[in-house]
Design a binder for this molecule. Structure first.
Ligand code: NAD
Length: 481
């Protein structure tokens, strides 16, 4: 059951006012299959109103607010998120099926994004440039205007923090379309933003279906920048819609990220990172390490240790804080099961046992570890978005690099070796947006720029770098003789 909320979860927020919509959608608890509540099914008309409200905020109180004050609003918002961390945790546990510890970490990350971007709001600026004699030239860093944020269900709080937080810090006004499977924390965040003193219209939230509210936002002529995290197919659609209005797009589309383990690595230190980076959030992580490349001389040993770790994991309802909760929905469960049909006769090293007392209506799947796997096997190439890892043996450094770079994705890579030269060579050779050496961050901290190449997308979020993406640069050349 939902706790008592300080807002109506079936409403949308536009221009500081919570409103009902004509139609609603059911929201289901994936741990049990029980209906939690109804949420708004936002329409094109709602998106029109939200974009107009954001533009009005840009033209009014929000646009006129000095950077220092914007930063203070965000910092206050971060404190309010911290004060309500238990409620954020409960909502994400119910809504997404996220184990309590993970949901709490995400809520703390949301607060941290607000603090980070609150502090940065008045520290990103232009430059003066040397030019011809008799000129003074400088650059101004300005907001895009209205930014659209289309957010998936797997890490709603973290993704809202990194995209909406950075956009607001630069003075943009936001229209947020959370996922239809998970929007409660987005609504709570918007409610607290009002309390933190953000002017009406600085944040507008319209939940709804991707093909309706999402597509209306992506193709809206009044939106000046779009940020999207989700599937490659939807990313392609959004970029195509945005292209009609020649609007810049940041796309974060997932991956098939490798961790590469050399024979000289500290296996004891590596083991939890290797396993957890595949199983965290039931594998529904864009930067999940779904491929583990292992030097052949240590393959059998490491495969055995990883198998033992899989067998020791506990599956359960999210509110019991298990290692592995349900997937976000029965739809995702059946999608994963279809993809796993491609496993064929691939050797199954281990499977996490399924407890007998799991709620019948929950979207549970058993984590699976496969190997040895050929690098071109479909399970080693396609993003599965579930708790499944494949082990791939290799012999030489060159072969490891070739296999690691051998998918259409390029988001994150991990390298485990104590050879300093090899660490540096791989950091350069791996075609990804992030490389972790002797650790693995599954997306990394708030401070670390994040994003991909290839089908993993383009643009960078997180860190100070995101602030450049959420702003535009104007050059002023003054001739004064
Ligand atoms: P999706 O990409 O379809 O949905 C993500 C967001 O985009 C949601 O808010 C959705 O409403 C919106 N959306 C969907 N269609 C849209 C459209 N035509 N125009 C505008 N917005 C639209 O993802 P999904 O269907 O929920 O999941 C399918 C697969 O996507 C997953 O199994 C996984 O492989 C991938 N995925 C990746 C990530 C990631 O972090 N990279 C996150 C979620 C899903």
């Amino acid at each position: 059951m939902l706790p008592i909320l300080p807002f109506d979860p079936s409403h949308i927020l536009i221009a500081g006012t919570w409103r009902a919509t004509d139609r609603v959608l059911p929201l289901v608890n994936p741990s049990t299959g029980d209906r939690l509540c109804t949420i708004a099914r936002g329409s094109e008309t709602n998106i029109d109103a939200a974009v107009a409200a954001a533009q009005a905020a840009r033209d009014g109180a929000w646009g006129q607010m000095p950077a220092l004050e914007r930063g203070r609003c965000l910092t206050r918002l971060g404190q309010l998120v911290l004060d309500d961390v238990d409620l954020f945790t409960t909502l994400e546990t119910l809504d997404v099926g996220k184990p309590v510890t993970q949901a709490r970490n995400d809520a703390l990350a949301l607060a941290r994004y607000c603090e980070f971007y609150g502090g940065a709001a008045d520290k990103v600026h232009g430059q003066t440039l040397p030019y011809l004699d008799g000129y003074t030239v400088y650059t101004l860093r300005e907001p895009h205007g209205v930014t659209g944020h289309i957010v998936p269900w797997n890490y709603p709080m973290q993704i809202i923090g990194r995209s909406v937080g950075a956009a607001l810090a630069m003075g943009n006004a936001c229209v947020l379309k959370p996922a239809e499977d998970a929007c409660l924390t987005a609504l709570l965040f918007a409610h607290l933003a009002q309390e933190a003193g953000l002017p009406d219209g600085a944040i507008n939230v319209v939940p709804g279906l991707g093909a309706e509210a999402g597509a209306a936002l992506a193709g809206h002529a009044g939106v000046h920048h779009l940020s999207f995290t989700g599937s490659v197919d939807t990313g392609r659609t959004i970029q195509t819609l945005a292209a009609r209005n020649v609007v810049p797009v940041t796309l974060e589309l997932g991956g098939k990220s490798p961790q590469i383990v050399f024979a000289d690595a500290d296996l004891e230190a590596a083991l939890p990172f290797l396993v957890n980076a595949g199983l965290q959030n039931a594998g529904q992580t864009c930067s999940a390490a779904s491929r583990i490349l292992i030097q052949r001389t240590i393959y059998d040993d490491l495969a055995r240790r990883m198998g033992d770790a899989y067998r020791a994991k506990r599956i359960g309802p999210a509110d019991s804080d298990p290692d592995i909760g349900p997937l976000v929905s029965l739809k995702q469960k059946s999608r994963l099961e279809t993809l796993l049909g491609a496993a064929g006769d691939l050797p199954l090293i281990a499977e996490t046992p399924r407890p007998a007392d799991l709620p019948a209506g929950g979207a549970y799947v058993q984590p699976r570890l496969y190997g040895p796997t050929a690098p071109d096997h479909p399970l080693a190439q396609d993003e599965l978005f579930g708790p499944v890892q494949v082990l791939i043996p290799f012999d030489t450094e060159d072969e490891a690099i070739q296999i690691a770079n051998g998918t259409s994705y390029g988001l994150v890579a991990g390298v485990w070796t104590n050879d300093g030269g090899r660490q540096m060579r791989l950091a350069k050779a791996l075609k990804t947006g992030q490389v972790f050496i002797n650790n693995y961050g599954a997306g990394g901290g708030v401070e670390l720029p994040f994003g991909g190449i290839g089908k993993s997308g383009h643009g960078r979020e997180k860190g100070v770098e995101a602030l450049y993406g959420f702003s535009t640069l104007k050059t002023v050349a003054a001739k004064h003789g």
